[in-house]
Design a protein around this ligand. Structure first.
Ligand code: TXA
Ligand code: MG
Length: 321
């Protein structure tokens, strides 16, 4: 059996499935989410089973509008209110104190809850029509690259999901920035497409061990493609390609528009213009490299600034082997 694939015109039907406790995968501006009724523990438990996700890794609750914050957050401090006004709808997730009546399976047993309003009409229409907060992790099997198309969702989850709403490819391509917004200044728990520059958070120095412990997702190994991922600065790309293909490996490459790899034994998986475009195609290229059966994927690095910081975070995890 395969899941029911619906178009955005059928959003009301998908909303009915969600409200009744079913699982609906839906597009957001970042990646596809695997949605369930956030206030129903039985529905949320199915999300963990479908993904094979550790029970202590909490989900992000998605809302149609910031006015619904009080349905899941126990308190909304000034900082959170300001960040929501500036960045919602958008790829910023706020960690706040959770209401007591939120099922503990949704929050992974924490006293806090992660919340965002996605910048995607289909997502917001779905949540509004369902009339409930929607818990949704990325719609991949745990340990796989996040899905940026409906086909990726079906490939990973099959009929473990009831409905897939097909809204085409996601625009941003990397997940939201997760920020603890309970204090006076935002604390970045996961790099994402809202940049530290936009948040006015200096430097980007290491997040403390206590803060990392507060964001369970960062403890798990993510984005593990079947091939070896090798990162190379622009000037090093030709050398890395030659080195690995000389070792007899089937080599793929993801490089910027100006990097020459011609004349070498290499499968060109993708080219990108800048960090933003690499973000948009990153997860797709990891899956494409697997489909092309490359042994080694050489990926050209981008500067660790702006959205490039989130891209490099994901790439380093993929390369960690
Ligand atoms: O862009 C996104 O954020 C996508 C789309 C679907 O919205 N969602 C997503 O969800 O990436 P997921 O489950 O793959 O990642 C959620 C991250 C994890 O690292 C998790 O540990 C963290 O958010 N998180 C969730 N609740 C938290 C909490 N209460 N405190 C700290 N971190 C939390
Ligand atoms: Mg994920």
């Amino acid at each position: 059996m395969s899941p029911e694939i619906l178009s955005p015109a059928d959003v009301a039907r998908a909303a009915g499935v969600l409200a009744a406790g079913g699982l609906v995968a839906f597009p957001t501006e970042t990646v596809y989410g695997l949605g369930a009724h956030a206030l129903r523990g039985d529905a949320v438990r199915r999300v963990f089973r479908a993904k094979g996700r550790p029970a202590d890794n909490p989900l992000i609750v998605h809302l149609a509008d910031a006015s619904e914050l009080v349905r899941v957050a126990a308190a909304v401090p000034d900082l959170a209110r300001r960040l929501a006004e500036e960045h919602w709808p958008g790829p910023l997730t706020l960690v706040l104190e959770a209401r007591d009546d939120l099922p503990s399976v949704t929050t992974g047993g924490l006293r806090t809850v992660a919340i965002r309003v996605p910048d995607h009409d289909v997502a917001r229409d779905l949540i509004a029509a369902a009339g409930v907060p929607v818990a949704a992790p990325s719609a991949n099997r745990s340990g796989r690259p996040s899905p940026t198309t409906a086909a990726h969702v079906v490939a990973d989850l099959g009929d473990a999901v009831d409905v897939v709403l097909d809204g085409g490819a996601c625009r941003v391509g990397v997940e939201s920035t997760v920020v603890d917004a309970r204090g006076d200044t935002p604390v970045v728990l996961r790099e994402g497409s809202v940049t530290r520059e936009q948040l006015g958070v200096a430097g980007g120095g290491a997040t403390s061990p206590e803060q990392l412990a507060a964001s369970p997702g960062t403890r798990y190994r993510h984005y593990a493609p079947a091939c070896r991922v090798v990162l190379a600065a622009p000037a090093e790309v030709p050398h890395e390609v030659t080195r690995w293909s000389g070792d007899g490996a089937r080599v793929g490459a993801v490089v910027s528009g100006s990097t020459g790899i011609g004349g070498r034994e290499v499968v060109e998986i993708a080219r990108f213009a800048d960090a933003q475009e690499l973000a948009a195609i990153l997860y797709r290229t990891l899956r494409d490299a697997e489909d092309a059966r490359v042994d080694v994927l050489v990926v050209e690095t981008v500067p660790d600034e702006g959205v490039g910081r989130a891209v490099m975070d994901r790439l380093r995890r993929a390369a960690a082997g």
